[in-house]
Design a protein around this ligand. Structure first.
Ligand code: FEO
Ligand code: CA
Ligand code: CA
Ligand code: CA
Length: 564
């Protein structure tokens, strides 16, 4: 039996692993699909989705996108609105088989572009649980084509000027939206992660460390550059400098213009965890998900209080990179022209290089950051590192083992936790420990067995998504190896677990279909329903026939008690 069983802070009996193509939740809980890739957001495209052919291009910007990821729920005029990312599309699922996953026309490129980005949708509870409210005035799709503005110190700089936008202030689209965040003033933060893969060069490739370090160049992964010059590096070398940001969206106004917040830096943004420091300033923690990259935080210059204007809070501030010392102390190193030798605009465009210049600590792929609502502490999921010492995109940093990344080969991952000095998230000093080192005590009896809070009943690999519920419990979602073999034997499909920050105990709450990762978590306003994202499922889940469909699942307690 799991050590978590019977513990007062877990309101459920932990579940076993699964290896099937289904969703499992604890006894006394029910799960139900809320929305699937291809489901209509407006009644005019009802029935657009076909199990054989997917979504027709001409309706592709009016349906729920593919590969659901980070999400947040907002209260707007008493209604419940979810903003949710669609991280990427699987071309083989969306395009005719003959194309072998490579788009053959601009129409096919448009289909793929439309199924990515962000969906804003109203949901409401009826007799059959929560449903999407079709035709709600809040419903909105934001894609590669949506007009947005660049804000902050990089806006207008020559590095972000293009033929289509010689001023460098208006950008089309957001892409590869991975994790998310919510501002204290009720807007959505969508995080642009692997944006590099959409760009390619049909002719001469522009040169520079700024391309190499971000993995930009060669042939694009999706051939967009062959049908749309915006993605062609030989024609628009500055276009990739306009992506890789945290973008702010107002879910209360479907006609509002999204804003790319350059002050939060440009890298492969995982999520954006905003908290208010005890001195009133706004702090946003930010992970850069690549082997050997860094954990960051942004601190606003001005303080803020509820009801005050928010102007400038995400444009005027200081970006820092984390340095973890081996003695469990650490410091946030400011990225300034003095510390980096780079201009302010360059720091925000080539943030990775600035962080290397000041000596940040290289990490095992920083994924989501979550902060405890009951005390001043932060957690970052370091998902895994299969290739230590080999930095994929140069940079020259030493990526060997260090304090929070202590294992040579790291196929399991760990979660690092820090407490800011004086319980002030804006402080430059902190102390840290490892909340958990994932591992497999069934296969190993060394460091790869994991930390003391891992046992055969709760083991997992590759922590990724994380969020705190209002009761101060840490929800952990995995995106790992689910073949249940070799060193992953006994870990089963990807899963969602709940961790108690105080006791360290961790219990398995949910498993998802084989092939899928769990990513994205938010709660209904009354905290009785959890919404959980199931990305890239295998088999034919959830329909039982046809294509696999990434979906959001609603989970609730049958006795109507709180879940989050
Ligand atoms: Fe999109 Fe790092 O996960
Ligand atoms: Ca992730
Ligand atoms: Ca993933
Ligand atoms: Ca991941």
């Amino acid at each position: 039996a799991s050590r978590a069983e019977g513990h007062t802070r877990f309101a459920f009996k932990p579940i076993d692993i699964a290896t099937d193509h289904a969703v499992h939740v604890p006894e006394g809980y029910t799960s139900q699909v809320l929305v699937r890739w291809g489901d209509a957001l407006w009644s005019e495209v009802e029935g657009a989705y076909s199990p054989e052919t997917g979504v027709p291009a001409e309706m592709s910007d009016k349906v729920f996108g593919e590969n659901t990821d980070g999400m947040e729920l907002f209260e707007v005029d008493g209604r419940e609105i979810i903003a949710v990312n669609s991280e990427y599309v699987n071309p083989k699922i969306n395009l005719p088989a003959a194309s072998e996953g490579v788009p053959q026309s601009s129409e096919e490129v448009m289909l793929l572009k439309n199924l990515q980005g962000v969906t804003v949708m109203e949901i409401a509870r009826g007799d059959n649980g929560y449903q999407v409210v079709k035709d709600s005035p809040y419903n909105r799709r934001i894609t590669h084509e949506t007009e947005m503005v660049l804000a902050g110190p990089l806006a207008g700089h020559p590095l972000v000027q293009t033929n289509a936008d010689p001023e460098g202030r208006r950008v089309k689209g957001t892409m590869n939206n991975c994790g998310a965040g919510k501002t204290l003033w009720g807007t959505y933060l969508t995080c642009e992660e692997n944006f590099n893969g959409y760009f390619g060069a049909t002719g001469a490739m522009p040169e520079g460390e700024g391309y190499i370090r971000y993995g930009i160049g060669g042939e694009g992964r999706y051939a967009y550059e062959k049908f749309d010059e915006r993605y062609d590096l030989s024609k628009e070398p500055n276009e990739p400098h306009r992506h890789g940001f945290v973008t702010e969206i107002n879910p209360a106004d479907a006609s509002s213009t999204p804003v790319k917040r350059t002050a939060l830096g440009r890298f492969k943004h995982e999520n954006a965890e905003m908290v208010q420091a005890s001195d009133g300033r706004i702090v946003v923690y930010l992970g850069d998900d690549e082997r050997g990259e860094y954990l960051y935080k942004y601190v606003s210059t001005n303080t803020w209080a509820e009801g005050e204007p928010t102007e400038g809070l995400l444009d005027d501030g200081q970006l820092y990179v984390a340095k973890f010392n081996d003695d469990q102390t650490g410091e946030w190193l400011a990225l300034t022209p003095e510390t980096t030798g780079m201009e302010q605009a360059e720091i925000l465009c080539f943030t990775r290089m600035a962080a290397s210049a000041v000596g940040g600590t290289t990490m095992d792929r920083p994924e989501w950051v979550a902060c405890n609502p009951l005390k001043a502490e932060g957690y970052c999921a370091l998902t895994n590192n299969k290739n230590r010492g080999v930095k994929p995109n140069a940079g020259g940093d030493d990526t060997s083992v260090n304090g929070p990344n202590p294992r040579e080969t790291n196929n399991f991952g760990q979660i690092v936790r820090w407490a800011p000095a004086d319980e002030n998230h804006a402080a430059e000093a902190f102390t840290w420990d490892l909340y958990v080192m994932a591992g497999n005590p069934k296969v190993y009896n060394n460091a790869y067995a994991g930390s003391a809070n891992i046992n055969e009943g709760n083991m997992f690999n590759s922590p990724d998504g994380m969020a705190f519920s209002s009761d101060g419990m840490l929800w952990i979602q995995t995106d790992g190896d689910d073949d249940n073999e070799g060193e992953f034997e006994g870990q089963g499909n990807n899963q969602m677990l709940v961790g108690d920050p105080e006791s360290g105990e961790i219990a398995r709450f949910m498993t998802v279909p084989n092939g899928a990762e769990v990513t994205g978590l938010c709660w209904s306003l009354d905290k009785k329903v959890a919404f959980v994202g199931v990305q890239h499922p295998g088999g034919a889940w959830p329909d039982g026939a046809g294509k696999p469909r990434s979906s959001i699942v609603a989970v609730w307690r049958e006795d109507g008690a709180l879940i989050g």
